[in-house]
Design a protein. Structure first.
Length: 184
């Protein structure tokens, strides 16, 4: 199971029940095994008191065919998320697959494509993000959102919209988020 950090693992596990149904329907035709890695972009909207730990964002591509399993974890490069509306005090961060990992992901997709030629293969994507607390950390009723873009210059689709962190992460994980390291 994909577990880069407790915060991330909980987000990956809990997010399934918080996914926006209309986005799930629109993504039904999205195949992570053939998607252009350079076109996938995520935007995370964080409440006041919460930040993404530097270097912690990853995307995992996995595929199964019968008993066979292949997976790869790819670093996500963090950048400002222009054009994303955020609530007062919240911040938005954008993430794309790091340039150095795009070729690795394409190679894994090519390997898995061979499976599809000889039988069914199912692929999935998982997002891992480590979080850290700013000041007193997020409020007990804080919410966050995740948006995804799967086509270059396509629209951002709300994957998780205003999900309560306590529901997404669980109270224990939310309480265990450590303070951010100062840059000094």
């Amino acid at each position: 199971m994909f577990r880069p950090l407790p915060f991330a693992a909980s987000l990956v596990l809990a997010a399934c029940s918080a996914i926006v149904p209309s986005t799930a329907a629109r993504l039904a035709s999205f195949d992570p095994l053939t998607a252009d890695p350079a076109a996938i972009e995520l935007a995370v909207i964080l409440p006041p008191g919460l930040a993404v730990s530097p270097g912690s964002a990853t995307l995992e591509l996995s595929a199964d065919r019968g008993a066979q399993h292949r997976s790869g974890t790819f670093r996500l490069a963090d950048h400002a998320a222009p054009g994303i509306a955020v609530p007062a005090g919240a911040t938005a961060r954008g993430f794309v697959i790091a340039e150095a990992d795009v070729a690795r992901m394409r190679a894994l997709q090519t390997e898995i494509a061979g499976w599809k030629a000889t039988g069914a293969a199912k692929g999935s994507l998982g997002l891992g993000i480590g979080g850290c607390a700013i000041g007193e950390g997020p409020a007990p009723d804080a919410t966050g959102s995740v948006l995804i873009r799967v086509r270059k210059n396509g629209p951002f689709l709300p994957l998780i919209a205003d999900g309560k962190l306590v529901d997404l992460l669980g109270p224990e994980v939310l309480a265990a988020i450590k303070p951010c390291q100062s840059a000094g």
